[in-house]
Design a binder for this molecule. Structure first.
Ligand code: ADP
Length: 189
C-alpha cells in the first residue's frame, strides 16, 4: 500500500527513527477513529535480512546485499502493508529503482532523511555495543559516497528531514503522505 524509505549516514540513528515511525503509524491505525482498511506496518532492514555490516566493506559483497534488500522489498510490498525500508539507501540510483518498483504497484511513498553530523555518527558507531558497528574505513567510505536525498527529484519526494537533535519524527506528515486520500484521518495529534 505504501513504503517509506529511510536514508542516512551509517550509525546516524536510522533504526531508532524507523521504530519511532512504526510506533507512530501503528498508534494511528489502532485509534478507534480510524476507519480505513486494515494495514500492517513492517520494517525491512539489513538486520531483518541477517546482513552483517561487514557486507559494506567491499562493493563485491555490497552489491548482492543490495539485491537481497530489493528482492525482499518487492516480496513484502503489498496492498495491506506499510513497509519501512531501514537501510543506508545512500545510492540515488537505488532509491530511483525502489521508486519505480513502488510506482508500478501504485504504492504511496515518502523518504525520511536522518541527518546527523559525521562526527556524531562516528562517535555513535564507535560506542555501539550491539555488534552493528561499521569498520572505520568502511564508515569513512560510506560517508564519502553518500548521495543526499533531494526534495527536487520525484523519487525522493515527499522528503522529510529528521535532525539528530529532534525528539520525535514528523508522525502526522508521514501518516498523511502515505494515507491521504485513501483513508479518513484519525483524531490523533
Ligand atoms: P543506524 O540504524 O543509522 O545504524 P541506530 O539507530 O542503530 O543507527 O543507532 C546507532 C547507535 O547510535 C545506537 O547505539 C543508538 O543507540 C545510538 N543513537 C541513535 N540515536 C541516538 C540519539 N539521538 N542520541 C544518542 N544515541 C543515539
Amino acid at each position: 500500500m505504501a513504503f517509506i524509505t529511510i536514508s542516512g549516514y551509517p550509525s546516524s540513528g536510522k533504526s531508532k527513527r524507523a521504530e519511532q515511525i512504526k510506533a507512530a503509524l501503528e498508534q494511528r491505525l489502532q485509534d478507534p477513529s480510524y476507519t480505513g482498511p486494515k494495514l500492517k506496518v513492517s520494517i525491512l532492514s539489513d538486520d531483518t535480512l541477517n546482513l552483517d555490516r561487514a557486507v559494506y566493506d567491499s562493493s563485491r559483497s555490497e552489491k548482492p546485499a543490495r539485491g537481497a534488500l530489493f528482492t525482499a522489498m518487492q516480496r513484502q510490498m503489498g496492498q495491506d502493508t506499510i513497509l519501512i525500508i531501514d537501510s543506508l539507501n545512500y545510492i540515488k540510483g537505488f532509491r530511483y529503482q525502489m521508486y519505480c518498483a513502488g510506482r508500478e504497484l501504485r504504492l504511496r511513498m515518502c523518504t525520511v532523511y536522518v541527518v546527523t553530523p559525521p562526527d556524531i555518527c562516528k562517535k555513535w558507531n564507535a560506542e555501539r555495543e550491539d555488534g552493528k558497528s561499521y569498520a572505520p574505513e568502511t564508515f569513512d567510505n560510506l560517508i564519502m559516497r553518500f548521495e543526499e536525498p533531494s526534495s527536487m527529484v520525484r523519487w525522493d519526494s515527499p522528503l522529510f528531514t529528521v535532525l539528530w537533535t529532534d525528539e520525535d519524527i514528523p508522525g502526522d506528515d508521514i501518516w498523511k503522505s502515505v494515507t491521504e486520500g485513501i483513508v479518513k484521518p484519525p483524531n490523533v495529534g
